[in-house]
Design a protein around this ligand. Structure first.
Ligand code: NAP
Length: 314
């Protein structure tokens, strides 16, 4: 068990959507020394900045959450950037953490690492059995490279690193910018704006048939901190809610939550993304004792409330 009061932790991406919840959890467990490097001061794509960060902070534990992320649109427009930045950050941080004598390195992978046609529910053993869905392959592969590196460094140097694979996140603090947002904030914003403008219809991407699993951000943060406390293996570990819903059913839920009375129209000329997504979450349940606590209806309500408060403060 980690003695949090005596553990200096660097949380890369600790000021981001997920990162803020992780930092909160660490502080709630008694961690006093939590360092959150910002990209302006430490661009972690750059090896010198990675070395500078580790030399200045001398952490016992590194939780690596920093990433270049986005929805299908952002992934399609930036495949080169998403590959390069995520791969360079992960590879260099893990390598330099080992060299700097860090005790443990915990990194965040992504469900986008799984093959396009993984049997549902996705079991960790399937992660290498095929190429990911094309729109998010550069991002997904850049991140799963860390599992190979983790395995290699554990075998050769005895370095303790773990990579967890969370499913699609949502919650308060999510990115509501339509250029870069994921599906839930994009839907909440589209329906809300259409309601205010009394628009007759809302157009959504694809045909609504794909399924997704959504994972409340605070639950994910708990899973990551539990992995830091209880998991010491380079084998991938899924983190999710284990619940699957179609995009169509989600859209209807969001429409009713927002109270939009117009029509919902699907645009099948836009990509659907991966056909189905649901994780097998039995491993994290067995080894971490982890179970998601927030159901989708509660989480959506909290996210929408946050969006309304945030918009009123702008
Ligand atoms: N959101 C999801 O649905 C989801 C699902 C599965 C996995 N994940 C993983 O969860 C982690 C966190 O994602 P998020 O949604 O919280 O993203 P986010 O809100 O965009 O936060 C990412 C953070 O990464 C930092 N960052 C980006 N580029 C950097 C660079 N070159 N140098 C240093 N820091 C950099 C940013 O720091 P600054 O603010 O200082 O610029 C930012 O705060 C990522 O590893 C992502 O792959 C997310």
């Amino acid at each position: 068990m980690i003695d949090w009061g005596q553990t200096r932790v660097v949380v890369t991406g600790g000021a981001g959507f997920l990162g803020r919840f992780v930092v909160e959890k660490l502080q709630a467990r008694g961690a006093k020394d939590v360092i959150v490097p910002r990209s302006k001061e430490f661009d972690l794509v750059d090896g010198d900045a990675v070395r500078r960060l580790l030399a200045a902070s001398k952490p016992h534990l590194v939780i690596h959450l920093a990433a270049r992320v986005g929805g299908i649109g952002a992934n399609r427009e930036n495949p080169g950037r998403f590959f390069y930045e995520n791969a360079m950050m992960g590879i260099q941080l893990l390598h330099e953490s080992w060299k700097a004598g860090v005790n443990k390195f915990v990194a965040c992978g992504t469900i986008c690492a799984y093959p396009k046609f993984t049997p549902v529910p996705f079991r960790e053993e399937e992660i290498w059995n095929g190429y990911p869905e094309e729109t998010n392959a550069p991002y997904g592969i850049a991140k799963k490279v860390m599992s190979v590196q983790s395995e290699g460094y554990r075998a050769q140097y005895g370095f303790n690193s773990v990579v967890v694979y969370p499913v699609n996140l949502y919650g308060p603090g999510d990115n509501f910018d339509l250029q870069a947002s994921h599906v839930i904030p994009a839907m909440l914003r589209k329906f809300h704006e259409a309601k205010l403008a009394k628009r007759a219809e809302v157009v959504l991407w694809g045909d609504g048939s794909p399924t997704r699993e959504f994972f409340y951000v605070d639950d994910c943060a708990e899973g990551i901190v539990l992995a830091a406390e209880r998991y010491d293996s380079s084998e991938p570990m899924n983190l999710g809610s284990g619940e699957e819903i179609s995009i169509k059913a989600l859209a209807e839920k969001v429409q009713s939550l927002v109270g939009y009375e117009g029509h919902l129209v699907w645009d099948p000329s836009k990509p659907n993304g991966q056909p189905r997504r649901r994780l097998d979450v039995s491993k994290s349940r067995a080894l971490l004792g982890f179970q998601a606590a927030v159901d989708l209806d509660t989480g959506l309500r909290r996210t929408y409330d946050w969006m309304l408060t945030d918009a009123s403060q702008r």
